[in-house]
Design a protein around this ligand. Sequence first.
Ligand code: FMN
Length: 238
Amino acid sequence: MTSSAQLERARIVDETIVARQSTRAFLDTPVSRETLSEILDVAARTASGANRQPWKVYVLQGRSRDELSQKVCAAHDALRNEPIASPTMREGYDYYPRQWVSPYLERRKENGWGLYGLLGIAKGERDRMHAQHQRNFKFFDAPVGLMLTVDERMMPGALLDYGGFMQNIMVAAQARGLATCAQAAWNSFQDIVLSHVGAAPGELLVTGMALGHADPKALVNTFRTPREPAQAFTSWLD
Ligand SMILES: Cc1cc2nc3c(=O)[nH]c(=O)nc-3n(C[C@H](O)[C@H](O)[C@H](O)COP(=O)(O)O)c2cc1C
């Protein structure tokens, strides 16, 4: 390959990675099965330890998507009224730490309040926060919801493979003009999700993901998150 072709290839790949962002408002424009299959076939090339390929994907559209949304929105509302009685809450693994520490705590707060601030939701506006959080369980109106599961016998190492797999889905979608949002919000309702999709015994929910065409007019989609530069997290050793 000529070096100019190589530069162009790097530019396209870099731009696609950088342009990906978590999208939280989608149009109802459908995504073809052919496109979804292409994206998943590309993501299947993700590296995994011993090539174990620990991913399993459920694609929800139409009725299966709507019915899962209804079930989980109802459970989410019930939990709000009865937070102590939460038999429906059982995550397959701890995605978030039990205790947040600096500097992650500050980043989490900046992220959360940045998003709510953009939407004009102030501290203490519990109804509006609940409603915004519940948008997760409607896949932010995306026509496609993915549920990604793993065989619990491959835990916890398979989660490392899974991070790459998710990123590749998101980047392959981005390259096709589609948007995504990874959604650990579903994990608390994994019992409902797993039974809804007909998962086999021993499958854990790794995460959900919304996928579709971004709503270009939605304010929430103007939210941009900062990053530390590589220099801040890299040590160069001679
Ligand atoms: C595994 C994973 C789970 C996530 N879960 C949620 C979620 O449940 N709801 C949500 O709105 N965003 C979720 N996010 C999106 C993150 O908040 C987002 O990636 C982060 O703030 C960086 O912003 P960016 O994706 O726009 O670059 C998740 C991201 C990852 C990687």
